[in-house]
Write a protein that binds this ligand. Structure first.
Ligand SMILES: Nc1ncnc2c1ncn2[C@@H]1O[C@H](COP(=O)(O)OP(=O)(O)OP(=O)(O)O)[C@@H](O)[C@H]1O
Ligand SMILES: [Mg+2]
Length: 323
């Protein structure tokens, strides 16, 4: 059994809701409300769910770009949530993030060469400027960009090229985990596959582990080893990719599956249309938070929050159909 590179246990991140001129806290948005999973070397966890279900907050809380409210994040057995600034900086070298919008995440006033050099010097990689410049040239070629473009600015590149720069910046410091927060959502469909392939290449070459965040299952289908389906701050179903696609069990997962295109159109599947929008996370529904949109809702679902049940090895579902 391989040991966990990253182990997240009961992670919670609540944002206070401040009302009135005194800014008194009147409640919380439970953006992440008790998430647990582990990740081993070279593995990809896909995290999927609709907008606002807490995917980005999960990713950022792991890196402490947002401070989690409670829970544990262990990187190679070291508790990250309590690390002091200097130790946190050292451990962040191992866990990098790639953002959805590659333009907003690249400083428009710096050339791409300077952006990459800055990442290297932050983590004290390369002994001197000349060495860092060589590493940068090599990185650009590795992500499929001509190293002659090193002195250009982010706005001179296309969306796909900018995401290649974002990936170069993440892999520059030789991390073991990359959190990719919807890295292809802003790109044309024709470019998405190229970027996904680039992620795959780096994983094969560097043994990287990914937390790959996406809105819909079709994006994570190829890249993921295992998948967590999130709804209002919780993982409602967790399984290996094959198990999830062969035996989707939570009504929410089934609804998300219905929107994944079927490769063989003669294979008929029943479409489950999700009713309404995601409820306001500041006042989530009682019981199972999905009950207001669920086609299989029973009385108990309105009052009792379902616990995660292991319905087959490694396949966990939080739904009263199985409780
Ligand atoms: N800094 C913040 N302050 C207050 N509330 C926040 C903050 N960041 C996120 N939220 C709220 O937390 C919830 C989860 O947001 P989050 O961005 O993690 O969702 P997401 O799943 O990444 O959504 P999307 O798919 O749109 O990116 C949302 O209701 C959001 O409004
Ligand atoms: Mg997000």
């Amino acid at each position: 059994m391989s040991t966990a590179l990253l182990k997240v246990t009961d992670l919670k991140t609540y944002f206070p809701i401040n009302n009135g001129i005194l800014k008194k806290s009147t409640g919380f948005v439970k953006a992440v409300d008790g998430i647990s999973f582990s990740l081993t070397k070279g593995e990809t966890l896909g995290l999927v769910g609709e907008s606002g279900c807490g995917k980005s907050t999960t990713g950022r809380s792991i890196l402490r770009l947002i401070e989690p409210t409670s829970g544990s994040v262990k990187y190679k057995g070291v508790e990250v949530t309590t690390l002091k600034k200097n130790d946190l900086r050292k451990i962040r070298k191992n866990m990098q993030i790639v953002f959805q919008d590659p333009y907003a995440s690249l400083n428009p006033r710096l050339t791409i060469g300077s952006i990459l050099e800055e990442a290297l010097s932050t983590h004290r990689i390369g002994n001197h400027s000349k060495e860092r410049k060589e590493i940068v040239m090599d990185l650009l070629e590795k992500v499929g960009l001509n190293s002659k473009l090193v002195d250009r600015y982010p706005h001179e590149f296309s969306g796909g090229q900018r995401q290649r720069i974002g990936i170069a910046r993440a892999v520059a410091v030789n991390p073991s985990i990359i959190i990719a927060d919807e890295p292809v959502s802003a790109l044309d469909v024709s470019i998405q596959a190229q970027i996904l392939n680039l992620f795959q290449d780096f994983q094969d070459k560097m043994g990287l582990a990914y937390i790959f965040i996406a809105h819909d299952l079709s994006v994570v289908k190829h890249i993921s080893d295992k998948i967590g389906v999130m709804y209002l701050g919780r993982i409602v179903e967790f399984a290996s990719k094959d198990e999830l696609f062969n035996h989707p069990s939570h009504p929410y997962t089934n609804a998300l599956m219905s929107s994944v295109p079927v490769p063989n159109p003669t294979l008929k599947k029943e479409r489950i249309i999700l009713k309404g929008d995601v409820p306001n996370p500041a006042s989530p529904p009682s019981g199972c938070t999905f009950h207001t949109r669920c086609h299989a809702c029973m009385d108990i679902c309105k009052t009792v929050q379902p616990k995660g049940i292991e319905i087959s090895p490694g396949h966990i579902v939080a739904c009263h159909l199985y409780n």
